[in-house]
Design a binder for this molecule. Structure first.
Ligand SMILES: [Zn+2]
Length: 172
């Protein structure tokens, strides 16, 4: 017998019943599990089971995406290095980090981080990094092919070091 499970998303009712929605049935939900008891641990167990089930396929998809993109980036690295076109790989790494961060945040049940960069000296977000652009004939545009570590602040009016900020942890 092939084992399957009810369609997601499952819901947590009254802090103890894990239920699945049923389409086209007289009942609106099917009981998956009943977490007995009213202690903080009982409710914690129910919440953890609900969170783990809800984020399972997103975590799996994120890991598969990361594995595939990391493999492709590894193959592309040698070619890009010869052409001095490493910026798109850096961009790809940033996207990988974003995919992983989003899935991790969902599994931890916390808001997904949203990053910004600021000047380490004055805190201004008006910051820049040096980059190299190459003319793309088919796109008829300059495309960024490399980003250096050199950063400038528009408010200090000089060289600076950048600081990563998680906007989801900053109170506005
Ligand atoms: Zn500054």
């Amino acid at each position: 017998m092939e084992k399957t499970h009810d369609a997601l998303p499952w819901a947590l009712k009254n802090g103890r019943y894990l239920v699945a929605p049923i389409a086209g049935d007289k009942r609106d939900a099917e009981l998956i599990a009943d977490f007995f008891g009213e202690s903080a641990t009982d409710h914690g167990n129910a919440e953890f089971a609900h969170r783990a089930c809800t984020s399972h396929y997103d975590l799996l998809a994120a890991l598969e995406d990361v594995e595939l993109r990391a493999t492709q980036a590894g193959i592309a690295w040698g070619i890009a290095k010869k052409k001095k076109q490493t910026a798109f790989l850096l961009g790809e790494l940033e996207r990988l980090k974003a995919v992983a961060r989003t899935a991790i945040a969902k599994a931890k049940h916390v808001p997904a981080p949203q990053l910004d960069y600021a000047c380490k000296h004055c805190g201004s977000r008006n910051v820049f990094r040096d980059a190299t652009a190459q003319w793309n004939v088919s796109a008829q545009a300059w495309e960024m092919v490399d980003v250096t570590d050199h950063a400038d602040c528009g408010d200090c009016d000089g060289e600076t070091t950048l600081q990563e900020i998680d906007l989801s942890k900053v109170t506005p």
